[in-house]
Write a protein that binds this ligand. Structure first.
Ligand SMILES: *Cc1c(COP(=O)(O)O)cnc(C)c1O
Length: 362
């Protein structure tokens, strides 16, 4: 079996795959309505929230777009705290719909500096909302969201967070940290195939929604909320992914969220230790290194693209490459969702053989 070690889509448990092959049901019927209510209630436990939690058919990016168009109006000023490709995407979406973006960019491989966020907020009192990526998948950095949130909420701003590759794997207490809008995606830590974005909205978020004038139709969260009250979604949902979620969430709650977070911490450390033991360097500032994805610098002769090809062709292990400015400069190892230590050990055993073949001189 292929060892799929990318930061999403992640491998799914056999029970989840079996659920995906179930016969269709009426998405306006009682069975679906009970299922969607159960899935939403269980998912709220993972989000650690009492806020509304809505399911949107689409990938994670649909959730980012929903956050922008439902919370903002054209001409609104937003502070974009970006530490990589996904931070830039969030800002680009807001800008596309007419927001005025105040960029606060940090070097790739670094976390956002909280004092700089505070300063930017003080210097830009017109800012209405702050866009942040919790776990920047392109660089393997997890921002100190608790501290960033305290700064943003302290300044009375709306906080919209891309938690796509953190929620379900690492601790994101949405209510405790005051996250107004938190977004995730089914194919990351949730052990479910791609096809759904999940988005929570706070009371302050709904107040912003009532004022927001960006154009929206398919991703209108007010329609999603009204639908959910009847146990429905406004449009035909990805029914198979909801089947998958029903099974995966039961498995997650059975394992316990604290245990899931601890497992990801262990695997994050195991991966970083393994990378260093091979003589390789981490891209990430280790104080903020992600426990869902590890980025490794391709230096000293190492051809990252060649390495990933050898790993795939000779070992049936699929690693991720670098994105945007990091293309060809790093490779990435995903360790979120359904992962065992043996899956990661297999990566290191193969890397030992593949690295010299890919030019690494150590
Ligand atoms: C995967 C990912 C996305 C994009 O999600 P899609 O499902 O590909 O649309 C956005 N942000 C982060 C941090 C991600 O990891």
């Amino acid at each position: 079996m292929q060892n799929l070690r990318i930061p999403g889509p992640t491998p799914c448990p056999p029970e989840v795959l079996a659920a995906m092959s179930r016969q269709m049901i009426n998405h306006r019927g009682v069975e679906f309505s009970e299922m969607v209510k159960e899935v939403t209630a269980n998912m709220k436990q993972v989000f650690q929230t009492k806020n509304d939690l809505l399911l949107l058919t689409g990938s994670g990016t649909a959730g980012l777009e929903a956050a922008a168009v439902n919370m903002l109006s054209p001409g609104d000023s937003v502070l974009s705290v970006s530490i990589g490709v996904f931070g830039e995407r969030f800002a680009k979406i807001a800008q596309t719909y007419g927001a005025v973006v105040v960029p606060l960019n940090f070097p790739h491989g670094q976390a956002a500096d909280v004092d700089a966020v505070k300063k930017a907020l003080a210097n830009n009192p017109q800012v209405k909302a702050v866009l942040v990526t919790h776990n920047e998948t392109s660089t393997g950095i997890t921002n100190d969201l608790k501290a960033i949130s305290a700064a943003v909420k302290g300044a009375g701003k709306l906080l919209l967070v891309d938690c796509i590759s953190s929620l379900g794997s690492v601790n994101v207490p949405v209510d405790e940290w005051g996250i107004d809008v938190a977004i995730s995606g089914s194919q990351k830590g949730w052990m479910v195939p791609p096809g759904m974005a999940m988005i929570s909205v706070s009371e302050a978020g709904w107040q912003a929604y009532a004022q927001a004038k960006m154009p929206r139709f398919y991703l209108d969260l007010g329609k999603a909320k009204a639908g959910l009250e009847k146990g429905q979604t406004p449009w035909t949902p990805n029914v198979s992914v909801v089947f998958a979620f029903q099974v995966a969430l039961k498995m997650m709650l059975e394992e316990g969220i604290e245990n899931i977070f601890a497992r990801h911490e262990r695997h994050g450390k195991f991966t970083r230790d393994g990378v260093k033991a091979l003589g390789l360097n981490l891209l990430a500032d280790e104080r903020y290194a992600s426990n869902t994805v590890t980025s490794v610098v391709a230096d000293r002769g190492l051809d990252a693209k060649k390495l990933n090809k050898i790993m795939r062709d000779e070992f049936d292990i699929v690693l991720a490459g670098g994105q945007g400015p990091l293309e060809g400069k790093i490779f990435r190892i995903g360790h979120l969702g359904m992962v065992k230590e043996a899956d990661l050990q297999a990566v290191f055993d193969a890397l030992k053989v593949a690295l010299p073949k890919a030019g690494f001189t150590g």
